[in-house]
Design a protein around this ligand. Sequence first.
Ligand SMILES: [Zn+2]
Length: 127
Amino acid sequence: MPARRRKKGYGRKPDDTIKIAKQHIESLLEQAKEVAAENTALANRYVTLARKVAMKFRIRLPPEQKRLFCPHCYRFMLPGKNLRVRVHEHRVIYYCLDCKKFWRKPLGKALPKDLLLHRHNRARTDS
Ligand SMILES: [Zn+2]
């Protein structure tokens, strides 16, 4: 017998539900990373699922999870494969080779090392 029946709709969810959902998202994206090199379709599927969970529980994805997929077509991105990363005028330009869209990010502190190298080289020519 169902002991309790919740009729809460889309309102607030208990904290531990959110926590579990976050863990779920994390593991989905981890799996996406693992299979991305061999199986793009499966990686995309994991991304879709992770996004669905996030939306259902109204979870905002942290930046490190957000940059795993394209903000336009939501495909899992592998730099050099379906993502082009360039640095231009103190911004990082991401260009998705799947949907041919691009987006920019200003250069901040938290950058991967290879991008920091580019930044250093550019800084000289710009000023
Ligand atoms: Zn895209």
